[in-house]
Ligand binder design. Structure first.
Ligand code: SAH
Ligand code: SF4
Ligand code: F3S
Length: 445
């Protein structure tokens, strides 16, 4: 048998892109390419890119310069740009970066073998067509680079919310859901391979919807079906848009021990005025009511968020509203970003990016400091509690320790004893930092 060519994929951006890279590996594997973890061995290098903020694109550009040097030493090397940056910039990327051979957008991965053939015959190749129905449902992703315990399952693609600041609706296209049977089958297959946790992915999983023979499957039902794969399979999901988070969903989460008690509920801003400009379709009051409902249905549920600071027109008053909301919600953790204007978005067309860089930076520092304090408060509350931890691996710092996460998605480190990745272990928390819980196994008596 002829030896397969080697592909190295570097993934940027969100979990969705990680999941897409696994789909890409699977498509290529069926066409004579196998993944390698060593870039120097690669015949083909793909960068699966992100456009969400300008610095995400700058990072890719810098890396491209390094790859350019590699290609000078090895002219047969093929370099391709995939993902959101490919979709956003299309041909322009080929003009700007002369050493790129191939461009493919997020809905064009099935055509990669043909595009590669085109490159093989000396041409540049590009496909950035978006699709209304592509979900890659029939493609069984290759999961080589992960830990073998936790995996992502993409349940829908695209986004049509058009938040004013956001590039995703343009780079990912129309929202579409994937056949629920294919999702449940994928979860079953993963469990049989030894995986113990799946995260169901979509830009707004609460709007998942599949209709077949007059039966409509919505997200709470899909979630229940996945939990039934096995009680030992943990289920997570991301992301929930606050405007669509229903009590029905909270009830389903409460009813199943293997649905993790952790909800990522991006707020973006604590000011209703900003939320309106951002086109988020909810107010501060709506959001706080949703958080109250989570607390009522799921008293031990962790809540995390995303925050953008310095969006167009944001005043010190608006900024204070964000800080006060954070304190009120007591987030367990948060991803925090400086607003980065993206070309052709609603905000770029309608508003001025008018918050000075120094203010953006200071406000970001404020919210990071606030979250640091909140994360520590949240972790300190866990000291003394016992959690079931799913072990994901051996601690990088000490081979005698294992790390894993509890249902609330917090990282827990403890002494290894006789356990291995994939085991569920009861751990009593003894100490913490803002980032990690440390504890010891509870011996069953
Ligand atoms: N679909 C998810 C978020 C996907 S993008 C949701 O709606 O919650 C992840 C995060 O990146 C967003 O929640 C937002 O906080 C941030 N983000 C998106 N566009 C941005 C921009 N132009 N500048 C800064 N941060 C941005
Ligand atoms: Fe972007 Fe809004 Fe869609 Fe999230 S919901 S991906 S922030 S447009
Ligand atoms: Fe980035 Fe695209 Fe994800 S812009 S955040 S890789 S959907």
């Amino acid at each position: 048998m002829e030896e397969k060519k080697k592909v190295y994929i570097e993934t940027y951006g969100c979990q969705m892109n990680i999941s897409d890279s696994e789909i890409i590996e699977s498509i290529l594997y069926n066409h004579d390419y196998e993944p390698t973890a060593d870039m120097k061995m690669a015949d083909l290098i793909f960068m699966n890119t992100c456009s969400i903020r300008d610095n995400a694109e700058q990072r890719v550009r810098k890396r491209l310069n390094e790859l350019h040097a590699l290609k000078r030493r090895k002219p047969s090397l093929v370099i391709g740009i995939l993902g959101c940056m490919a979709e956003r910039l299309k041909e322009k990327l080929l003009e700007e970066e002369k050493h790129i051979d191939l461009i493919a957008g997020p809905d064009a991965y099935r055509s990669l073998p043909q595009l590669l053939e085109q490159v093989g015959s000396g041409q540049k190749a590009i496909n950035t067509l978006l699709s209304a129905d592509e979900t890659y449902a029939d493609i069984n992703p290759v999961r080589l680079s992960g830990n073998g315990i936790t995996a992502f399952i993409s349940i829908m693609r695209g986004c049509e919310n058009f938040c004013a600041y956001c590039v995703v609706p343009y780079t990912r296209g129309k929202e579409r859901s994937r056949n629920p049977k294919s999702i449940v089958d994928e979860a079953k297959g993963l469990f049989q391979q030894g995986f113990r946790e799946v995260t169901l992915l979509g830009q707004n999983v609460n709007s998942y919807r599949w209709e077949e023979n007059e039966i409509i499957t919505k997200f709470p039902m899909l979630l229940e079906e996945v939990t039934r794969v096995d009680p030992k399979l943990r289920v997570r999901f991301a992301t929930s848009h606050p405007k669509d988070l229903s009590d029905d969903l909270l009830k389903v989460i409460a009813a199943h021990d293997n649905i993790c008690k952790s909800i990522h509920l991006p707020v973006q801003s604590g000011s209703s005025r900003m939320l309106k400009l951002m086109n988020r379709n909810y107010t501060r009051e709506w959001y706080t009511e949703r958080v109250e409902s989570i607390r009522k249905h799921l008293p031990d549920c962790a809540i995390s968020t995303d925050i953008i600071t310095g969006f167009s027109g944001e005043t010190e008053e608006d900024h204070k509203d964000t800080l006060s909301l954070m304190r009120w919600a007591e987030y367990d953790y948060a991803f925090m970003f400086k607003y980065s204007e993206r070309p052709n978005t609603i905000a770029a067309k309608k508003y001025k990016d008018d918050v000075p860089e120094t203010d953006k930076s200071r406000r970001l520092d404020d919210i990071i400091a606030m979250q640091q304090e909140l994360s520590l408060i949240s972790n300190k509350k866990d000291v003394g509690k016992v959690f079931e931890v799913l072990v994901e691996g051996v601690s990088k710092r000490s081979s005698e320790k294992l790390y894993g996460r509890n249902s609330q998605n917090k990282v827990v480190v403890f002494l290894r004893a006789h356990h291995n990745p994939g085991d569920y272990v009861k751990v009593r928390i003894e100490s913490c930092t803002a980032a990690t819980l440390r504890g010891a196994e509870v011996q069953d008596t």
